[in-house]
Ligand binder design. Structure first.
Ligand SMILES: Cc1ncc(COP(=O)(O)O)c(C=O)c1O
Length: 360
């Protein structure tokens, strides 16, 4: 028996999410918050975790948290489910909708997990390249929505990872209005842009919103939210594994609500640092940063970025290299770090660009 014969062909033909395993002193590759919690809060969260009985399963379905976060997002309790990061919720949604001929429409480039989860669940993925302003190509998306015979699921990252911009709001509304299926607006980077589609949940019954606590400082705890119409959440929740959110993560999520101001203060500082980093990148010759509403900056260069990327690693600085033929040629993404990290990154980038230019 060939064990591979037992595996779905879409799984065999794809590669897993390329999570970075390289570790560098300055880590600016994964859009994390560069700040840890201030010491009294860090002590507080670990004190709260000490009370957990490790011999017991966590609360199934995170019921109490669900009620608290529903209130926080000003939606009904049955409109929200909590996942082990929004990654899990993307996957759960794709699983709940598997078994039908589903067309999953994603902009290109965007967050890789939409495509990976869709393919793993046997769906067809339609990538629609962004236009030269990195905005949605509305005509192509609408045409597909109008002509497909399949049910549809559209994923829109708002702001978009990796380009950092928010797509035109009216275009998104038109897609929701003309879509025969579900449209997911993924607001992972909401803390850095403060723009949201949450109020439109009342108007559109095919709109689903994703949020996460990963980008605001709790990436290690894996806490994400799927917010949408109760009839959909009711069904998707059946696919969720019973104890998907560990007890430590449940404590951390509650702690977030009790101390949100401290987290928001960090987001504010990151947003300020982002503007400084953007201005500095803009002044570098041959470097073209794209205005960002997230906690990272996407930029292209007039020279080969593979050697820039490798030189930065030699300096113990890790960013994300997107260099590929076409629209992503010589493009990279840097996460906004703390002030010192940004300064070190800029200095190293300057040095490496000088080296690369000398070689050219
Ligand atoms: C757009 C987007 N959505 C979701 C995620 C994943 O979030 P989580 O850590 O909650 O799984 C990311 C992570 O980079 C992201 O960029």
């Amino acid at each position: 028996m060939n064990l591979k014969d037992l595996i779905r062909k879409e799984v065999l033909s794809q590669t897993a999410y390329p999570a970075e395993t390289l570790s560098c002193r300055i880590k600016l590759d994964a859009n994390e918050n560069p700040f840890t919690l201030p010491p009294p809060l860090k002590d507080g969260i670990f004190e709260a975790m000490k009370k957990i009985d490790l011999n017991r399963y966590p609360e199934p379905g995170s019921h109490r948290l669900r009620a608290r976060f529903a209130q926080h997002y000003e939606v009904e309790r049955d409109m929200l489910m909590i996942g082990n990061g929004s990654d899990e919720l993307i996957h759960t949604l794709c699983t709940a909708m598997a078994g039908r001929a589903l067309d999953v429409i994603v902009p290109v480039p965007t967050f890789a997990m939409y495509k990976i989860s869709a393919l793993n669940n046997g769906h067809r993925v339609i990538g629609v390249p962004l236009n030269t302003s990195f905005d949605l190509d509305l005509g192509v998306i609408l045409e597909h929505l109008a002509t497909t015979k399949a049910a549809t699921l559209v994923f829109l990252s708002y702001p978009n990872n990796p380009t950092g911009n928010c797509f035109n709001q009216q275009k998104i509304k038109t897609i929701i209005e003309q879509s025969p299926g579900i449209v997911v607006v993924d607001e992972a980077y909401f803390p850095f842009c403060r723009k949201t589609f949450l109020p439109f949940l009342k108007r559109y019954e095919n709109l689903v919103i994703l949020r996460t606590l990963s980008k605001i400082g709790l990436a290690a705890m894996r806490i994400g939210f799927l917010i949408g119409p109760p009839s959909l959440i009711h069904e998707v929740d059946k696919v969720r594994l019973p104890y998907n959110l560990g007890a430590l993560s449940q404590v951390a999520a509650g702690f977030y609500l009790d101390h949100e101001a401290a987290f928001l203060k960090q987001a504010e500082e990151i947003t300020k640092n982002r503007e400084e980093l953007f201005d500095a990148l803009k002044q570098m010759e041959g470097v073209h940063p794209w205005p960002s509403e997230a906690n990272f900056i996407f930029f292209s260069c007039d020279f080969d970025v593979d050697s820039v990327y490798n030189n930065l690693i030699e300096e113990d600085i890790l960013i994300k290299n997107f260099n590929a033929p076409g629209i992503m040629r010589n493009c990279m993404r840097v996460t906004v770090g703390n002030h010192e990290e940004n300064e070190e990154f800029l200095a190293a980038l300057n040095n490496t660009i000088a080296k690369v230019r000398r070689v050219v």
